[in-house]
Design a protein around this ligand. Structure first.
Ligand code: ZN
Length: 289
């Protein structure tokens, strides 16, 4: 009798532990992924630093994320780019027909690695005065094309890898180039052989192509709508021109090592306007509406 009771207690304990694990798991995943906040607010995506969030609200609503006004299209779609160092607690305000609702958006923090790269030409790490002038001019132009607004939702076609290869540089890596600390890595590096074909990862319009920039070499900026853009750097050859309309999978360029590079690879960056997000997180968690 006692033996039976003991066994029963043991079983109960196991069931309790299983229940607890399931409970924690579902809470963790719901923290990370889709969230229905209310009748007028749903947000999909990865709630993590470097994550891209897809929002849905009533078409005539106004959205503010940490006091910043966010564009909402006629269908109620909007995008939130979560920066590399975004804080844990964020405030989202929905203003719908003069009714104001406030939501706390929790963002998970990440740990970034330190990446050391040696063997770069000295001027690509410590440019001279003339080169600094050129860099300033180019970054202004790049910023201009990243900030172009387009009231389209091309990104809804989903995302694939632009080229196959090993990811050697992750999003957010702290970088030490030729022994000197430099700004973090705001994209991912995919190693592939010289001339490998790069495709458009999603539907897009070509915002701009650059034939020769100091750091990025030959470079393309694509616009996927509602502020989302992507960049492709160190290219060997470019097959598209400004204004071209692309479908997911269309030929874009060839892998090269132009600009600041130690060998052939694609630097792939994704941004919501100027806020860099992690392309790998976007591939893992695709837009659902
Ligand atoms: Zn890179």
């Amino acid at each position: 009798m006692m033996e039976l009771l003991k066994q029963l207690q043991k079983k109960r304990k196991i069931i309790k532990v299983i229940f607890l694990i399931t409970f924690i798991f579902f809470n963790y995943t719901s923290f990370l992924y889709a969230k229905v906040f209310s009748r007028i607010l749903t947000i999909e995506g990865t709630f993590i630093q470097g994550g891209l969030l897809f929002g849905k609200t009533k078409p005539n609503s106004k959205i503010f994320f940490n006091d910043k006004k966010i564009f909402v299209n006629n269908e109620g779609d909007f995008l939130l780019g979560i920066s590399r160092d975004e804080k844990k607690e964020n405030l989202l305000i929905v203003n719908n027909e003069n009714k104001v609702e406030k939501y706390n958006i929790n963002i998970l923090s990440r740990k970034y690695k330190i990446q050391k790269i040696d063997g770069l030409p000295k001027n690509k790490v410590t440019p001279n005065q003339e080169e600094l002038k050129r860099i300033k001019k180019e970054s202004k132009l790049i910023s201009k094309y990243k900030n172009l607004f387009l009231d389209k939702t091309f990104y809804k076609s989903g995302f694939v890898w632009p080229v196959e290869g090993k990811v050697t540089g992750k999003y957010g890596d702290q970088r030490i180039l030729n022994g000197k600390p430099r700004r973090p890595h705001f994209g991912i590096d995919i190693v592939a052989s010289l001339g490998s074909k790069i495709i458009s990862p999603s539907d897009a319009i070509v915002a701009f192509t650059f034939e020769n920039t100091f750091f990025n070499g030959k470079m393309i900026i694509l616009n996927h709508g509602l502020g989302l853009n992507s960049i492709y750097s160190h290219l060997n050859k470019i097959y598209v021109k400004k204004g071209d309309k692309l479908k997911r999978g269309d030929l874009l360029a060839e892998v090269g090592s132009t600009g600041r590079a130690t060998g052939p690879h694609l630097h792939w960056g994704m941004n919501v306007f100027n806020t860099a997000v992690d392309p790998e997180k976007l591939i893992q968690n695709q837009p659902k509406f």
